[in-house]
Design a protein around this ligand. Structure first.
Ligand code: URA
Length: 264
């Protein structure tokens, strides 16, 4: 490796470390692919499979078909949902937002106070860290899609109950069916356990890709690669775990053929 390349790698790594709030340089240099790869098993004909079909009354000027279908799902089902008791305490539902044809989707747990107030996913402190993680990957929030398992805030940000997850997760599955991402990142235990239909905790799940089946049954139908990683709220409490999260996100970048900001 030439001196110029090494200098470029160091500069790029330091910038990324700054973004993630890391202080030291990892011993192992990342291998970043420069090509845009197609992810096997994602996309294909199923991208256009109809679920919620948008009609004129729910489509806004400039909406893509996917954006129209997401709007329809939100307007006709999620906003008026009373499937669990969280509907009684919410200020509003939080559907999710971002690119309606994204390569990458982040799935969190549930709205917190700020999200409930603003009606947007990940806009509080954890959301600011998520933004830094996305920026470190060389992406913007507008390029990805961000949503949660629960569309309503649990009081005092308590953990979602099994009943709430059962009631709400069909909306998430429908969202992901419409979005047809190339890769999903699940943030924290509840999102990872829900999407992978497992009782394993995040510490054991993270660090490798899993197959996410839209049908909910392993081996049934098309799958999307899913990377579980730590939730940004946990990283705010345990910053020493950021390095593991960054390693997970680097695997996602490699899968998507992304180079980090400043990379060649
Ligand atoms: N935590 C989440 O899981 N989701 C949000 O939208 C905000 C905080």
């Amino acid at each position: 490796m030439g001196l110029a390349t090494l200098k470029q790698l160091l500069t790029q790594q330091l910038r990324t470390d700054q973004l993630l709030g890391l202080r030291s340089v990892p011993l192992v240099w990342p291998e970043f692919s420069t090509s845009k790869k197609e992810v096997p098993g994602a996309g294909g004909d199923s991208r256009n499979a109809p679920t919620a079909r948008a009609d004129a009354s729910h489509t806004q000027a400039g909406d893509s078909p996917q954006a129209g279908r997401l709007r329809l799902l939100d307007d006709t089902q999620v906003k008026s949902c009373t499937k669990c008791s969280l509907c009684k305490e919410r200020t509003q539902t939080v559907f999710g937002q971002g690119n309606a044809s994204p390569r990458l989707v982040f799935v969190g747990e549930a709205p917190g106070y700020e999200e409930d107030q603003q009606g947007l996913a990940f806009v509080g402190r954890a959301g600011q860290l998520l933004t830094r993680m996305i920026t470190a990957m060389g992406l913007t929030r507008d390029e990805v899609y961000i949503c949660n398992v629960l569309k309503c805030r649990p009081p005092k940000n308590r953990d979602p109950s099994a009943e709430e997850i059962l009631a709400c997760s069909p909306y998430l599955r429908e969202q992901l069916e419409i979005l047809q991402p190339e890769v999903v990142v699940s943030l924290g235990s509840p999102a990872s356990k829900t999407l992978l239909n497992t009782a394993e905790g995040i510490g054991r799940l993270r660090g490798r890709f899993h197959d996410f089946y839209l049908s909910g049954h392993s081996g049934d139908g098309p799958s999307v690669p899913l990377m579980p990683t730590y939730h940004p709220a946990y990283l705010l409490r345990s910053p020493s775990e950021k390095r593991k999260t960054w390693s997970d996100l680097q695997m996602v970048m490699s899968r998507l053929g992304l180079t980090p900001p400043g990379g060649s």
